[in-house]
Design a protein around this ligand. Structure first.
Ligand code: SF4
Ligand code: SF4
Length: 242
C-alpha cells in the first residue's frame, strides 16, 4: 500500500513494508516548527544519548532540557523535553535545525510517524498541512525510513529492558510508591547511578562481577543495562516485581 493513495489521516495504518512520501529540508516553511509546542516523552536511553551529545552530566541534562513528573497513581516517573515557556520551542533547536541531531530522541527520529495502537503498525502523527514534507519526496518503505533515522536494535533492546522494570501494580501514595519513583529515576540519571556502583552496598545488593562494573564504567550503554538490572533487583526486593 502507498499511503499517498489515501487521505493521510491519523487512522491510516502503515505496516513496515508500506510506503509513504516524505522529504524534510530547510527550505520548507514548516522547518523546525515540529520542534515547537510538542509533547515528547524521553526514555532513559534518550537521556543517555543527549548526555553524550551535550557532554554534560545526566543531572544537568534533566535540569536544563527536561521536565519530570510522576504518573498518578503509579508513581512511575515520566520525563518530557522541556519547551521554552515563552517561545514554546525545544531548548535544543536552532535556526539550522536540531543541535543534537545525531543523538536526537527516539520520538524525534520517528517523526512524522508514530507507533499505532495495533502492534507492529505505524501511523502518521501529523497532517500534510502541518508537516509539508509529507507532500514531497518519493515513496519510501516505513522500515527503511526508520533505519535511515538511526532507529536501530539498541532502541528496541533498551525499551524492552525498561518495560521489564515497570511494575503493573504499584500502590498509590505508599512508601513503596515513593521508593519506586526514586529507584526508577536512576535509569534517567546515569551519573548518579555511576557514583553508586563502587559502593560496598551496591555490590552486596546486586550480584555483579568486576568485569561488568568495568564495562559499565567505560561504556554508557553497559552502564544503563547495569542500572536497569539493579532497578529490577531492588524492585523485586520491595515486592514490586515478581
Ligand atoms: S514539520 Fe515535517 S517537513 Fe517540516 S521540518 Fe518538521 S519534519 Fe520537516
Ligand atoms: S530534540 Fe531536536 S529534533 Fe527533537 S524537538 Fe528538540 S530540536 Fe527538535
Amino acid at each position: 500500500m502507498n499511503a499517498d493513495e489515501k487521505p493521510q489521516t491519523e487512522e491510516t495504518l502503515l505496516s513496515p513494508e508500506s510506503t509513504f512520501s516524505f522529504s524534510c529540508h530547510d527550505t520548507l516553511p514548516c522547518f523546525t516548527q515540529c520542534c515547537k509546542d510538542v509533547n515528547i516523552y524521553l526514555t532513559p536511553y534518550d537521556i543517555l544519548r543527549l548526555r553524550r551529545a551535550l557532554g554534560i552530566r545526566s543531572g544537568e541534562v534533566l535540569a536544563r532540557y527536561t521536565r519530570s513528573f510522576l504518573a498518578i497513581p503509579s508513581h512511575i516517573p515520566f520525563v518530557q523535553l522541556l519547551m521554552d515557556p515563552e517561545t514554546l520551542r525545544c531548548g535544543l533547536v536552532t535556526e539550522d535545525g536540531c543541535s543534537v541531531y545525531e543523538n536526537r530522541p527516539w520520538a524525534c527520529r520517528i517523526y512524522p510517524l508514530d507507533l499505532a495502537r495495533e502492534p507492529g503498525k505505524y501511523r502518521t502523527i501529523v497532517g500534510r498541512e502541518r508537516c509539508l514534507g509529507l507532500k514531497e519526496g518519493t515513496p519510501r518503505r516505513v522500515d527503511l525510513y526508520l533505519q535511515s533515522q538511526g532507529i536501530d536494535a539498541t532502541y528496541a533492546e533498551m525499551d524492552e529492558a525498561l518495560q521489564a522494570v515497570l511494575p503493573r501494580n504499584a500502590q498509590p501514595g505508599s512508601m513503596r510508591g515513593e521508593a519506586l519513583a526514586s529507584i526508577l529515576s536512576l535509569a534517567y540519571d546515569l551519573d548518579r547511578f555511576a557514583q553508586m556502583i563502587h559502593d560496598e552496598d551496591f555490590r552486596s545488593s546486586v550480584e555483579v562481577d568486576d568485569e561488568t562494573v568495568r564495562e559499565a564504567v567505560e561504556n554508557d550503554e553497559a552502564l544503563l543495562r547495569l542500572a536497569l538490572r539493579y532497578i529490577r533487583s531492588e524492585l523485586t526486593e520491595l515486592g514490586l516485581l515478581p
